[in-house]
Design a protein around this ligand. Structure first.
Ligand code: FES
Ligand code: FE2
Length: 376
């Protein structure tokens, strides 16, 4: 770690309680070295969402993605087991699988045709006889830690540094999620949103305890009971929840946001599960550059087949789209302000912003970790 990076990291004091705490400093949102350091620490050491379980329902099905800039492939083997690999050919490093998802009998590199089994072993190496001291058995695809929870598959790039996914999520979150019967919900649609801000601006905005809702999201505000908005921090997650009201509701939003409460789960560092009575969407916040963020939304519903339900689902997705559009401009505005010489840190609302405080302290733990230091 260079001196400037150390200085930037130490600008934050994680020991202050919420009523004395400030946000992380603006440099954490605008400094390119800090951003690169986050990819090597926060995003490489944590469990990262890599695929939905429904994409990998049978042997041969695979999904490719990239995590912290690393190409990754998840595949279900002929033995029914899920495996994760770096999607990097052992010959000359090309990506072996190039489609976002699909089904294959074997994994074939498009460059010189090397093939790997679904279990990652190197099988075919055309025109490679006469090559000495080449151990085929140790030239399979390099594997990744992988774990499954509810409707999702997670991977971790750096092995052996962090706890299991179960321990990371914790018993409390696991039992809360299992009570929601998420497996009865089916994936309906994926949308990609682009934000001109650092990834943490989006997460902060999500974790502000509904603080911005009455000002920025009038439609959503009409269905949530702002005064009774609750914030519950776990070790690595934050649940924000609000009772849903049925009177004085804005029509479009009220039609698709029913039930008695809305649950918003954030799981460190970059995954969110938003649940309304029998409807769910998830947000995966993907850093693309120090001031560029992609957020991948997946929408789930109990019925994704009947025409009537599909029309209702589309209306629900449209409401989600409107809320995101409202957030795009404010995130851009915040990123510009973070670059201003007039701003360095801000204070946190004790009533509203406990989730952000947790987020910032967990970040500090990861970016200041010695393990990260050793790997440079
Ligand atoms: S790089 Fe994959 S076969 Fe050459
Ligand atoms: Fe918002």
């Amino acid at each position: 770690m260079n001196d400037q990076l150390t200085t930037i990291i130490e600008q934050y004091d994680p020991s202050l309680e919420l009523d004395y705490a400030s946000t992380i400093p603006s440099s954490w949102y605008i400094n390119k070295d800090f951003y690169d350091h986050e990819l090597k620490t926060v995003f490489s050491q944590s469990w990262q969402l890599a695929a939905r379980a429904d994409q990998l329902s049978e042997p041969g099905k695979y999904v490719t993605t990239d995590i912290a800039g690393e190409p990754v492939v998840i595949v279900r083997g002929n033995d029914g087991k899920l495996r994760g690999f770096f999607n990097v050919c052992r010959h000359h490093a090309a990506a072996v699988m190039t489609e976002p998802e699909g089904k294959a009998a074997q994994l074939r590199c498009p460059y010189h045709g090397w093939t790997y089994s679904l279990e990652g072993e190197l099988k075919g190496t055309p025109d490679f006889s006469g090559v000495c001291d080449f151990d085929r058995a140790s030239n399979g695809l390099v594997s990744l830690d992988i774990a499954e929870w509810e409707n999702w598959i997670f991977v971790k790039l750096v092995q052996g540094l962090a706890v299991s996914l179960q321990d990371f999520l914790g018993e409390d979150l696991i039992s809360q999620a299992s009570g929601l019967q998420l497996k009865d919900l089916h994936w309906f649609e994926r949308r990609h949103y682009h934000f001109d801000c650092n990834w943490k601006v989006f997460v902060d905005n999500y974790l502000d305890g509904g603080y911005h809702v009455p000002y920025l999201h009038k439609g959503l505000d009409s269905v949530l009971d702002y005064g009774r908005y609750m914030i519950e921090n776990g070790e690595h997650h934050c649940l924000q929840w609000s009772p849903i009201v049925s009177e004085g509701v804005e029509e479009q939003t009220g039609a698709v946001r029913k039930g008695d409460r809305a649950l918003y789960y954030w799981i460190y560092p970059n995954f969110m599960i938003n649940w309304y009575d029998g409807v769910m969407d998830t947000n995966l916040v993907v850093p693309r550059d120090v001031d560029q963020t992609e957020v991948i939304f997946d929408f789930y519903f109990p019925d994704v087949v009947s025409d009537e339900a599909r029309a209702r689902n589309r209306a629900s997705v449209a409401v989600g789209q409107r809320i995101q559009d409202e957030d795009v401009a404010i995130c851009r505005s915040v990123q510009r302000g973070l670059n201003s010489r007039a701003y360095r840190v801000g204070r946190l609302s004790v009533r509203r912003e406990a989730g952000e405080h947790l987020f910032h302290r967990l970040l500090y733990r990861d970016v200041s970790s010695l393990a990260a230091d050793k790997r440079g």
